[in-house]
Design a protein around this ligand. Structure first.
Ligand code: NAP
Length: 260
């Protein structure tokens, strides 16, 4: 390999390098959140693993440290402003700054609208939409002061397409895609990138009780659900300098689901 080519490879790797960056991932105790926390740590970031069930976040945090990374675990209820502010305070006390926020915490109640209770509706909107707003608002002043930062909201293919029994879920994810554009506009003058990832169907708790799994598989051009590790490329890209001129976008990682 020529020297010039080696230098090119190193420069390209550096664009994806997150060494020295501090990332908060909400809902980091399991599933896609845990997987993205590991990916960010593997790329060099220090990780704040935040979740409602803190014991699960502690496990992910311990694995990151065992693998040679830096991490703390904190409790957060993303729908509660005081709890979110405490998460940010704990992050700043430990690491002194924040560079990356991954708004991943999410929930779902699959029920037809005629059977959906108000409590179920409110719960999904509170976690999936209000949670994204509260966490972004709490981290905003730090990113704005630095004039640098990355916010990645985890939306869903259900924010674009929809299916029966996805009322509040689909509505909340469509709103997250719109909120991503809104925040991208408000924070572009501060050099802050705000983007979303729209996962398709991934293996894990959220899809373990799918009643229409077969028909969904038939609707995925790649013919399979994804492994959570298959989000690594998207989250590192949107968290790194490689995406510095990308903002307000939703990157769907869906095996072609939305092409049909
Ligand atoms: N899995 C998929 O195929 C898929 C597809 C599209 C989009 N997504 C989105 O990707 C994200 C992660 O999904 P997942 O499949 O990994 O789900 P999951 O396995 O159910 O994990 C969700 C995580 O969010 C946490 N959480 C829920 N409510 C919270 C709250 N109020 N405050 C703080 N943390 C809270 C959960 O904590 P507890 O353990 O305490 O409940 C859990 O750690 C969600 O936003 C989801 O909508 C997933």
């Amino acid at each position: 390999m020529s020297v010039g080519k080696e230098r090119g490879v190193t420069e390209m790797k550096n664009r994806f390098d997150l060494t020295g960056k501090v990332a908060i991932v909400t809902g980091a105790g399991q599933g896609l959140g845990a997987s993205m926390a590991h990916a960010l740590a593997d790329a060099g970031a220090s990780l704040v693993c935040a979740s409602r069930t803190v014991s699960k976040a502690e496990e992910v945090c311990a694995e990151i440290i065992k693998n040679g990374g830096s991490s703390i675990s904190v409790h957060v209820d993303v729908g509660d402003a005081q709890s979110v502010d405490k998460m940010v305070k704990q992050t700043l006390e430990k690491y002194g700054t924040i560079d990356i926020l991954v708004n991943n915490a999410g929930t779902n109640h699959r029920e037809l609208c005629v059977n959906m209770t108000e409590e179920q509706w409110d719960d999904v909107i509170r976690v999936n939409l209000k949670g994204v707003f509260l966490c972004s608002r709490a981290v905003g002043p730090t990113l704005i002061e630095k004039k640098r930062g990355k916010v990645i909201n985890i939306a869903s293919v259900m924010g674009s397409a929809t299916l029966p029994a996805r009322g509040p879920y689909s509505s909340s994810k469509a709103a997250v895609i719109q909120f991503t554009k809104l925040l991208a506009l408000e924070w572009a003058p501060y050099n802050i990138n705000v983007n979303a990832i729209g996962p398709g169907y991934f293996t894990g708790r959220m899809n373990s009780t799918l009643k229409d799994a077969d028909s969904i598989l038939n609707h995925i051009p790649m013919g399979r659900m994804a492994d959570p590790e298959e989000l690594a490329g998207a989250i590192i890209y949107l968290s790194s300098d490689a995406s510095n001129y990308v903002t307000g976008q939703t990157l769907f990682v869906d095996g072609g689901f939305l092409c049909l």
